[in-house]
Structure formats: C-alpha cells, structure tokens
Design a protein around this ligand. Structure first.
Ligand code: ACO
Length: 333
C-alpha cells in the first residue's frame, strides 16, 4: 500500500458577507447573543444563481493550480456535500465537466459536516491501492438555500463556501497516518432536511410547512458534538501512535467555539495550535475543514513534516477524524 497525502489545496468563498448586525435587521437576534453563544460574527452567502457546483469548481481549480496539476490528470473527483445542485446528477459530475476533467470518474458523498473527512478516507483508499494516482476531493455547500431565514435558532449558524484538496502518493512515513469514522443513525432526526426526498416528497404542503429547510435540535447536537469531538480525536491519535504533545495543528469542524474549546480541553492541546475561522464564515458543513486547511497552509501555519489532526461531526449522526504528517511533494506514481 502506498502512503497518501495532500499535495495541493484551494478554497472559495462567495463575495457577499452577512454580518450578525445584518441578520438582526430581519430576525429577532443580536450580535452579542450570536457571538457569545457560537463565536460567529459573519458568514458568506452565495448569490441566488450560484449553486454548490460553482463554489466547488472555483475551489477545485485553485487546488489544481496549487498542486500544479492539469484537469486531465485527475482520475477521480469526490464532492462531499449535503446541498448538491440536484438530487441527481451528482454535483461531482458537474464539477468534472466545468473543470474539463475528461479522464475522471466522479461521485458525491453525503456525510454532512463530516463529509470532507469521509471523502478523504474514501479517496485515499483509491490512491493507496494504486487504482488511481490523483484524486480531487472537494467539500462544498450552499447552506443559505436550505435555511429557514425566519428561524433564529438555525439561520444564524451557517454559511456558504467550498474547499478542495488534491491527493497523491507521497513518500513513506508521510501523508495520512490514521482515519477514524463513525455513524449513529438513531440520532438522524436531530439534524435533518425532512422533505424533498423519497420519504417525504416535495408537495405544496411540505413547502408550506417549511420542511425543505434545515431542522435541528441544537442542544442535543451540542451535547453529542462535545462528547464525540474529544473521543474521536483521542482514538485517531492512538491509532496513529502519535502523542498529543506531538500534534502541531488541530483543525476541528467549525460549528461553535464552545464545542471546539471543550474538545481542545479534553485533548489537552495548547489553544495556539487550534485553527478557528468560524467567526468569519460560520458553519459551512463539509466545507469548513477544507477551507480552514487551505487557509492554514497559505498562512504557513502548516509546513513540511508537521503533524495535523482534522476532526468533524455532523448530521447522520456522523463523525470522522484523521492524522496527517504533512508533505506537499507528490510522487505521481
Ligand atoms: N438570538 C437570540 N436568542 C436566541 C437565538 C438567537 N439567534 N436562538 C435562540 N435564542 C434563545 C432561545 O429562544 C432561548 O430562549 P429562552 O431561554 O427564552 O427559551 C435561549 O436563546 C437559549 O436557547 P438555546 O437553544 O438553549 O441556546 P444554546 O445555548 O443551546 O445555543 C446553539 C444554541 C448555538 C444552536 C447550540 O445549541 C449549538 O451550538 N448547538 C450545536 C449546533 C451544531 O453544532 N450544529 C451543526 C452540526 S453540523 C452539521 O451536520 C450541519
């Protein structure tokens, strides 16, 4: 089996910014409540005519440039999203077409906010076995289009964006050292978009009842998140044989600073080793981790040989984490 790593990253945020103060103009909330309960100050919102595939295309293009790879070299594109352009065709196919990735297979993967980690784990198997040389993994969401903008308990939390990573074989001892994935469907109702699927097809009634928008039992998700973020981080480090003192950067899913603080405390990692950007972007579901990764790489917070931990949780319920020894030098074998 080959070692597999990330040899290029990219991200894209739509231009329009919605601050907490802007939100307070049309929903009963305020900056103080949102910032103190969540850490969020603003979020980026896609224009009406901008679907998830557009954000993913832009992020993917930047990741390819960063990896110095042409679209024809991509063997597979995986898009992690819970806000696809359509139920079908897959958003990944649309992105492949926009990129001109003529030699790539393409499919979507849905594990909500854990989606990018699940997609990395999936993609890395193809490269590790030698089936594919180059895989483009993208986490992208336009959550603003499935929110109920009259529900202050959910609409304040989320934002739009996309982040991407190019995976290739890397030298031994580098790249992904371990993955830990999990799911518990008994918690499915805690966070869902109830209508529009085969269980509850779209009808005038479902639209009237706002059932195509994101519904969440915030307190229950919060309790689950605090427990699972710590547990899965401990497990994935054990699996990799890495001590917490040897972690250079911790990249958690960006849902709530209080959830991140609890996980960091549990792990006993110094706060200066933790990436937090949810103040600027809110929770972008599958896009949160890859956007944070791209920013950390571009800001030189990650350099050759660093050990990083990425961990996510989300609807499903799902959770996932990985340990990665960083190198951007792909072997192209
Ligand atoms: N502005 C002002 N007041 C508000 C707002 C708001 N935006 N939202 C709720 N409130 C009020 C409530 O009505 C309630 O008032 P009451 O006490 O008079 O009834 C009070 O504030 C407290 O509400 P809670 O829901 O108990 O607030 P809590 O401290 O639990 O914070 C929050 C809510 C931020 C949603 C928190 O529960 C949370 O972060 N949960 C996790 C959410 C999460 O991570 N989701 C993403 C999962 S990832 C994925 O797959 C998409």
């Amino acid at each position: 089996m080959r070692s597999v790593g990330i040899v290029g990253t990219g991200s894209y945020l739509p231009d329009k910014v919605l601050s907490n103060a802007d939100l307070a103009k049309f929903v009963d909330t305020n900056d103080e409540w949102i910032a103190s309960r969540t850490g969020i100050r603003q979020r980026h919102i896609a224009e009406k005519d901008m679907p998830t595939s557009e954000l993913c295309y832009q992020a993917g293009l930047r990741a390819l440039e960063d990896a110095q790879i042409v679209p024809e070299e991509i063997d597979l594109i995986i898009v992690a999203t819970m806000t696809p352009d359509y139920a079908f065709p897959a958003t990944a196919c649309l992105v492949a077409d926009r990129l001109g990735a003529k030699n790539a297979a393409a499919f979507d993967l849905e594990a909500a906010c854990s989606g990018f980690i699940f997609a990395l784990a999936t993609a890395s198997q193809f490269v590790a076995t030698g089936m594919y040389k180059t895989v483009l993994v993208i986490g992208g969401e336009v959550l603003s289009k499935i929110l109920n903008w009259e529900d202050r308990s959910t609409c304040i939390l989320f934002g739009d964006g996309a982040g991407a990573a190019v995976l290739q074989a890397v030298k031994e001892g580098f790249g992904f050292l371990s993955f830990e994935l999990g799911a518990d469907g008994s918690g499915g109702k805690l966070l869902s978009q109830p209508a529009g699927g085969s269980k509850c097809p779209a009808s005038l009634e479902t639209v009237g009842k706002n059932l195509h928008t994101l519904q969440m039992e915030g307190r229950e998700v919060y309790k689950f998140a605090v427990r699972i973020m710590g547990d899965v981080s401990v497990k994935v480090l054990e699996k990799a044989g890495i001590k917490k003192e040897d972690v250079d950067l911790f990249l958690p899913h960006q849902a709530n600073t209080r959830i991140i603080d609890a996980a960091v405390k549990r792990l006993g990692i110094s706060p200066d080793k933790v990436v937090v950007n949810l103040d600027k972007y809110g929770n972008m579901s599958a896009a949160s981790i890859p956007v944070a990764l791209d920013e950390a790489v571009k800001a030189r917070r990650i350099t050759e040989g660093d050990t990083i931990v990425m961990v996510g949780f989300g609807a499903g319920l799902t959770w996932g984490a990985c340990v990665l020894k960083w190198t951007k030098v792909g072997l192209k074998v």
